[in-house]
Design a binder for this molecule. Structure first.
Ligand code: B12
Ligand code: SF4
Length: 440
C-alpha cells in the first residue's frame, strides 16, 4: 500500500517547527510495510499546491494522511485561523485522486475531531496519539476491510521514532534553530484553560532516558544536530525522569544545547543544575500570572513565591529563562494585572512571552465556568478562535500591553507582533535555540 503523509503546517512564528508527529506516523506506516512518501508544506510558501499536486500525481497513493497542527495562532487580537488552508488541501487531494482514501490527524484534529470531520469531509480521522490507531487502520485496509467508525483513537501508547530521513532536517536546524524531541507524553496537572492533558492524557508515559539520549546522539552524528527542544508538556515532572534523562545525556556524550517547558511545581535547585550541566541553555518557565487570585482561577498548582524562588536559582546558576504569561484571564483585575507586571519585572527573566486573554477550548474547566457564568450559551463555534478576556481589564488591556512593550524590550506579545527581520537575520547568522535567549 502506498501512503502519503502531508504535514500542512506553514506557520513560521516563533520558528518553523519540524512536523514531529507527522513523521512518527510516517514511520508507523513504514513499519506496517507501506511504501511511504512525505510532503512538508513548511518551507513551500504559495508553491505548496503545485508541489503537493505533483507528488500526488507521481506517487499515486492509496491513502493520504493530512497532519493538522494548529487551528489558529492562539494570539489575541491578531488570531490567524488556518482552517481554510486545510480545507483547500483536502479538496486538492480529493480532486486529484477521487478514489484515494484520506485520514486526518494532528493536534488541531484531536482538539476538535467531530467539528473538523464535519468541516473537512475526510474518510477517517485519528484523534490523540496517532501511532497505534494509524497502524490498525492500515492493517484493516490492507486486509480489504474498512473501519466502521470514522473517528479512531489509539487504545494503547506506542511511541514511534520520527522518520527523519523524510524531511529536510538541516533546514529546520538552520531556519528553526533546533530539532524537536519528545521524552514523555501526558500531563497530570489541571490548569483550567489547558488542552495538553486532553491531547495527551493525564497519565504520564515516559520514554527510557537512555533511548532518548541514544536517539539524540544518532541525530548529532547523522545530521549534525546541535540543539533540541524537548516538546514534553512539562519537562521536570516527574523529577526522577528528568534527572535520569540529564544523566543519560551526559553519559551518552550528547553534546548539544537544549531547552524545555518547565513548571515551578516541585522543581529543586539540583535538577536545574543538572539540566545546565547536560546542555540546557534556557527554560520556558510556565508562569501565567504572578498574582494569587489569578493563579487560582487558572488552576495553577504553585504560588507566587515558587516562581520567585526558581527565578533566583536560574540567575544563580546562569540559566536563561522566559516566563510565559496569560494577561487578562479569568478573575484578572487591574490590581492582579499590576501585581503580575511588577513581580515579573522583579524576577528579571531573560524574556516574557505574554498572551492576552484565554483561547477557549471545549471540555476545559474554563469553558465549563464560562457556560455556568452565562458568558457563553453553548452555541458558540469554538473552532473559530474564541477568546475570553476578563471584563474588568478588557477595555484597556491592549493599551496596557502596547505601553509595556515600549518600555520593556524583552516582553513579546504574540498577538501584537508579526515576523521580524531580526529573527531571520539571527538564524542566518547561525543562532541556535529560542531567539528570546538573545534578549538577555
Ligand atoms: C512543544 C510545542 C510548541 C513549541 C514547539 C517547539 C518545537 N521546536 O517543536 C513552541 C513553543 C515553539 C510552540 C509554538 C506554537 N504552538 Co505549540 N505546542 C507544543 C506542544 C506542547 C507539543 C507539540 C509536539 O511536538 N508534540 C509531539 C508530537 C509527537 O505530537 P503531535 O504533533 O500531536 O502528533 C501526534 C498526533 O497528533 C498524531 N498525528 C499527528 N499528525 C498526524 C497525521 C496523521 C495522518 C495521523 C493519523 C495522526 C497524526 O500522531 C502523532 C504521534 O502520536 C503542543 C501541545 C501538545 N501537548 O500537543 C502545542 C500545540 C501544538 N501548539 C499550538 C499552537 C497554537 C502553537 C502556536 C501557533 C502558538 C503558540 N505559541 O502556542 C505556535 C506555532 C509554532 C509553529 N511554527 O507551528 C497548539 C495547536 C492547536 C491549536 N490550539 O491551534 C497546541 C496543541 C497547544 C494548544 N494551545 O492547544 N509549540
Ligand atoms: S499548563 Fe502545563 S502544567 Fe498546566 S495542564 Fe497544561 S501542560 Fe499541564
Amino acid at each position: 500500500m502506498r501512503v502519503l503523509i502531508a504535514a500542512l503546517n506553514q506557520e513560521q512564528q516563533p520558528d518553523p517547527v519540524m512536523p514531529l508527529g507527522a513523521l512518527c506516523v510516517a514511520e508507523t506506516a513504514r513499519a506496517e510495510g507501506c511504501e511511504v512518501a512525505f510532503f512538508d508544506a513548511c518551507f513551500s510558501g504559495e508553491a505548496w499546491r503545485t508541489e503537493l499536486s505533483g507528488l500526488l500525481s507521481d506517487f499515486q497513493p492509496d491513502l493520504v494522511g493530512l497532519s493538522l497542527r494548529n487551528v489558529d495562532d492562539v494570539a489575541w487580537p491578531r488570531a490567524r485561523c488556518f482552517l481554510s488552508h486545510y480545507q483547500e488541501a483536502l479538496t486538492l487531494v480529493r480532486e486529484a485522486l477521487p478514489s484515494c482514501l484520506t485520514v486526518l490527524g494532528g493536534s488541531a484534529f484531536s482538539l476538535f475531531p467531530q467539528a473538523l470531520m464535519d468541516l473537512l469531509p475526510a474518510d477517517y480521522g485519528v484523534a490523540g496519539s496517532g501511532e497505534q490507531a494509524f497502524a490498525q487502520l492500515i492493517q484493516c485496509l490492507m486486509n480489504g476491510d474498512r473501519p466502521k467508525q470514522p473517528i479512531l483513537r489509539s487504545s494503547s501508547d506506542v511511541h514511534a521514532l520520527p522518520a527523519l530521513d523524510l524531511v529536510d532536517v538541516k533546514r529546520y536546524l538552520s531556519e528553526g534553530g533546533m530539532l524537536n524531541v519528545q521524552s514523555k507524553r501526558g500531563c497530570a496537572f489541571k490548569c483550567s484553560y489547558c488542552t495538553y492533558p486532553l491531547l495527551e492524557g493525564r497519565h504520564v508515559r515516559m520514554q527510557w532516558p537512555g533511548s532518548v539520549a541514544q536517539y539524540l546522539k544518532q541525530t548529532q552524528d547523522a545530521y549534525g544536530v546541535d540543539y533540541v527542544y524537548f516538546v514534553d508538556n512539562v519537562f521536570n515532572v516527574p523529577s526522577h525522569h528528568a534527572k535520569e534523562l540529564c544523566r543519560a545525556l551526559i553519559d551518552e556524550g550528547v553534546a548539544m544545547g537544549w531547552t524545555a517547558q518547565v513548571t515551578p511545581v516541585g522543581l529543586d535547585r539540583s535538577l536545574l543544575q543538572m539540566m545546565k550541566e547536560s546542555g540546557c541553555t534556557s527554560i520556558d518557565l510556565g508562569t501565567d500570572s504572578l498574582s494569587e487570585p489569578t493563579l487560582h482561577a487558572l488552576g495553577k498548582s504553585f504560588r507566587v513565591e515558587d516562581v520567585e524562588r526558581v527565578s533566583r536559582w536560574c540567575h544563580e546558576i546562569g540559566l536563561k529563562f522566559s516566563m510565559s504569561l496569560i494577561l487578562g484571564g479569568p478573575d484578572e483585575t487591574d490590581e492582579t494585572l499590576n501585581q503580575t507586571i511588577t513581580r515579573v519585572s522583579a524576577c528579571a527573566p531573560t524574556a516574557v512571552v505574554a498572551f492576552l486573554g484565554v483561547r477557549v477550548y471545549p471540555c476545559t474547566p474554563v469553558h465549563g465556568r464560562l457556560l455556568r457564568d452565562g458568558f457563553l450559551d453553548g452555541t458558540e463555534d469554538l473552532l473559530r478562535p474564541l477568546f475570553y478576556v476578563s471584563p474588568q481589564v478588557e477595555p484597556h488591556l491592549l493599551q496596557t500591553a502596547k505601553e509595556l512593550k515600549k518600555v520593556r524590550r524583552n516582553w513579546w506579545f504574540p498577538g501584537l507582533e508579526g515576523p521580524s527581520r531580526f529573527c531571520r537575520r539571527a538564524r542566518a547568522r547561525g543562532v541556535r535555540g529560542p531567539l528570546w535567549e538573545l534578549l538577555g
